[in-house]
Design a binder for this molecule. Structure first.
Ligand SMILES: [Zn+2]
Length: 216
């Protein structure tokens, strides 16, 4: 496991960034990264906050589900993280946060619209995944069918949180940031439109009078 320390350090840095950006409080959420040197992942265990990850408390779990000896409990999310790595070889990192703007939209049963140029380009679509059949947290059974489509890199779990996947922790975490930012922008747009009684954005065709004159 040559890259174990590097991957642990990357996970610690990513978790701290999520915490500092308030994408995740110090309870809940999870993140993991696949090792290049073994069929295994590094994952934050249950009960360890995003701001408390250290080289000593992160867990190593093999893709067959075997957990390396650890004083910590495995995360409740371990099953869906492993399932995503089994599902797609392009997924090398998973970042799952309970970020409030995005989770608010999902809990209202509204798929976050890809409003910004950046979201259209980087994400394309953020599917909304409902609660599990039992009404509780989503498992691989709800999550896998959505991510089977290899174009999907981000999704939002109703009453739960976001998932971003990528070829590295940094890429997966950027998605977690963009999802949250887009939900915030969507909320501002929806609120402003409602306050102004608008049902359509009806944007001006030209930015300035000079643009309009140049086009005529
Ligand atoms: Zn969660």
């Amino acid at each position: 496991m040559d890259d174990l320390i590097d991957k642990k350090d990357a996970l610690i840095a990513t978790a701290k960034r999520c915490f500092d950006l308030r994408l995740q409080t110090n309870a809940g959420g999870n993140l993991s990264v696949r090792l290049d040197s073994a069929d295994a992942i590094v994952i934050k265990p249950s009960g360890v906050g995003f701001n408390e990850c250290t080289r000593d408390n992160l867990q190593v779990v093999h893709l067959d589900g075997t957990i390396e000896p650890s004083p910590h409990k495995p995360s409740k999310d371990l099953g869906f993280h492993l399932a995503l790595y089994h599902l797609r070889d392009d997924i090398r990192a998973v970042v799952h946060c309970h970020s409030p703007w995005a989770t608010g939209y999902a809990s209202a049963g509204i798929e976050i619209p890809c409003l910004t140029v950046q979201t259209i380009e980087k994400i394309g679509r953020m599917p909304l995944i409902p609660l599990s059949a039992a009404g509780g947290p989503q498992t691989d059974k709800e999550i896998n069918p959505v991510f089977k489509d290899r174009s999907v890199v981000a999704a939002v779990l109703a009453n739960h949180g976001t998932i971003g996947v990528g070829s590295s922790l940094m890429k997966a975490q950027y998605l977690a940031e963009i999802i949250e930012e887009t939900a915030h922008i969507a909320f501002v747009r929806d609120t402003v439109m409602a306050a102004h009684g608008k049902t359509a954005a009806d944007l001006p065709r030209y930015g300035t009078d000079a643009d309009a004159r140049a086009a005529s």
